[in-house]
Design a protein around this ligand. Structure first.
Ligand SMILES: [Zn+2]
Length: 275
């Protein structure tokens, strides 16, 4: 793994959005359950001392944002309610903040579903961190379960990292990736899902990926219809929910999931810096 300095600043961006009916996320009641929600596809950008950048997830690629029906696929785009435009991709958004793609040295995939790893194409200098369990499961389960194995094979810059560190605060295992950056075992949504914790001065940022679609389903310990339909292991996911529910009540924690509109609203436009 690349040697990278401690985190100096971090911020979130969303690569386009998804449209989803409220009832799929277990939100709204009565006619309100038929409303449409606009979901984020949130990535965490970490700028390190020395200038290197780590991304947590990569969203859709430049090509996928330019031509989603062709590059993601008509059926998949419609099923997921993908709403992207040219310039929504992480590379373009980083460029607007003065960050060239070659500064991105590392991308941690919370898991390998297509909407989290499309943008790997745009950062050829980045090593991609995932777990052995996640890659094995993606290969076994394939496209029908949301993995594009051919794309992963083509990218080929995967570094497999096992979570062999001690349990912490309800998460069953951990792995330190370097100063201020820790992977947390968040299995359940997929076989090797991880959450990523970034320590920045007095704040701990927690990117939970799809370990829960919304914090609400974790806090209420009630999987949404979408979670029930997509999760790899329901009981295992409920254990992760309990760890999430405990973590988000810590006063120094800012936690988001990839697609929760409420957590996205709390971080949009904010820069977290070491003080
Ligand atoms: Zn997912």
């Amino acid at each position: 793994m690349a040697e990278i300095g401690p985190p100096e600043r971090a911020w979130f961006l969303s690569v386009g959005a998804f449209r989803s009916p409220s009832f799929a996320l277990g939100q709204g009641a009565g006619l309100g359950a038929l409303a449409w929600l606009r979901l984020s596809n949130a990535i965490l950008v970490i700028e390190h001392r020395g200038g290197d950048v780590t991304l947590v997830d990569a969203g859709w690629s430049e090509a996928q944002c330019r031509a989603p029906l062709r590059e993601i696929g008509l059926l998949q785009s419609l099923l997921l309610g993908v709403t992207v435009r040219e310039g929504d991709d992480a590379k373009a958004q980083l460029a607007r903040r003065g960050i060239a793609p070659d500064r991105v040295r590392r991308i941690v995939a919370t898991h390998l579903h297509v909407d989290h790893v499309g943008g790997l194409d745009d950062f050829p200098d980045a090593e991609v961190i995932t777990t052995p369990d996640e890659l094995a499961s993606a290969r076994a389960r394939g496209r029908v379960h949301g993995f594009d194995v051919a794309r992963l094979a083509r990218i080929g810059r995967l570094t497999l990292v096992g979570l062999d560190g001690p349990a912490r605060a309800g998460f069953a295992a951990t792995r330190a990736l370097g100063p201020g950056l820790t992977l947390l075992d968040a299995r359940g949504h997929t076989a090797g899902s991880v959450a990523v914790e970034v320590e920045l001065g007095g704040t701990r940022l927690l990117h939970l990926g799809d370990a829960a679609y919304t914090l609400q389903e974790a806090e209420q310990d009630r999987p949404s219809p979408l979670s029930r339909r997509t999760s790899w292991d329901g009981p295992r996911q409920r254990e992760t929910y309990r760890a999430i529910a405990a973590a988000v009540h810590q006063p120094d924690v800012v936690a988001i999931t990839s697609h929760d509109p409420r957590t996205w609203a709390c971080v949009e436009g904010k820069v977290f810096a070491r003080t």
